[in-house]
Design a protein around this ligand. Structure first.
Ligand code: FE2
Ligand code: FE2
Length: 227
């Protein structure tokens, strides 16, 4: 029972993380294009966002490798489990995919709002990883522990560019009510959505990797992989 619980817990956790990492770097790719055309000469800002996007892609690939080593695909979780998806939906009234990034970067009010949303999401990510690095199930998996250590190291450089932009442009930092929304989204995920995933036997696995939807790559059978 304990072994089953541990396996299911890590399976759900990894599936939620790989979704969020993929969401992260794809959304940053869109943002980056808009920032490049809005501030083409701000090389420092562009470089920081590029680094952020590259890190999130690296995180995604680490989780992908973790699943590949187990010979299975992640559970098919969707944007209901995406922290930034929920945050953008609440703050902008639309899905991230429907957010027109060039409109956002050309309207300071919208851009500062987005900077605060990204910054809070990244700070939340850091605190969550700190918690997970004290979790015995996570610590019992060496590869996963290593992944979370790397994420923890990367995370502070992820909110810095957006805080830096707010500061340099005389904009305010997140207020208590924005922090409250962030806290609400997090507890909804933790207390409601993850427990539901945990006990949902009908939950299917992805049939293709999120970064290769067209190929529908087939995995070897579980048990055929070493380790
Ligand atoms: Fe990440
Ligand atoms: Fe991050």
């Amino acid at each position: 029972m304990r072994a089953w619980f541990r396996k299911r817990y890590l399976d759900v956790l990894g599936s939620v993380y790989i979704y969020n990492e993929h969401r992260g770097y794809t959304a940053i790719d869109d943002l980056l294009q808009a920032v490049r055309s809005r501030w083409p000469d701000d090389h420092a800002f562009i470089a920081k966002i590029e680094k952020h996007g590259a890190d999130e892609r690296k995180h995604y690939l680490m989780f992908r490798r973790w699943f590949e080593r187990q010979g299975r695909m992640p559970l098919a979780v969707d944007r209901a489990c995406g922290h930034i998806d929920r945050f953008v939906a609440i703050m902008f009234g639309k899905k991230i995919d429907d957010l027109d990034h060039s409109t956002v970067v050309n309207d300071e009010r919208l851009f500062e709002r987005l900077c605060r949303v990204i910054s809070l999401t990244e700070q939340r990510g850091y605190r969550q990883v700190e918690t997970l690095l004290g979790n015995p199930h996570v610590l019992s998996d060496r590869m996963l522990t290593k992944i979370y250590r790397i994420i923890k190291e990367d995370e502070p450089s992820h909110w810095a560019p957006y805080d830096g932009w707010l500061e340099a442009n005389g904009k305010r930092m997140p207020k208590w009510w924005e922090r409250a929304i962030d806290g609400y989204i997090h507890s909804e995920l933790l207390m409601l959505k993850i427990p539901i995933l945990f006990v949902s036997p009908w939950l299917r696995r992805r049939t293709a990797w999120a970064d290769e939807p067209e190929r529908g790559e087939r995995l070897p059978q579980a048990g055929l992989l070493p380790g």
